[in-house]
Ligand binder design. Structure first.
Ligand code: SF4
Length: 62
């Protein structure tokens, strides 16, 4: 079956973006890297004070 997303194969790990969110469609399966060239990091808080306050806004469900 053809896979045009990063869901199964064809993921080129971006060594500048480490990521452990294996549930994300952009995550490179066997390696803890993101497959995107760039990502956007944001926050859901009005006044972020710790890392838990930040989010990868490029996340996509598999
Ligand atoms: S898009 Fe964000 S959450 Fe998804 S693999 Fe890349 S860095 Fe991780």
């Amino acid at each position: 079956m053809k896979d045009s997303t990063n869901g199964g194969c064809a993921c080129t790990p971006n060594q500048s973006i480490k990521c452990t969110v294996s549930n994300c469609a952009h995550h490179c399966k066997d390696q803890n890297y993101c497959g995107l060239n760039t990502i956007t990091v944001g926050t859901h808080e009005a006044n972020p004070t710790q890392k838990e306050c930040t989010d990868c806004q490029s996340f996509q469900m598999k």
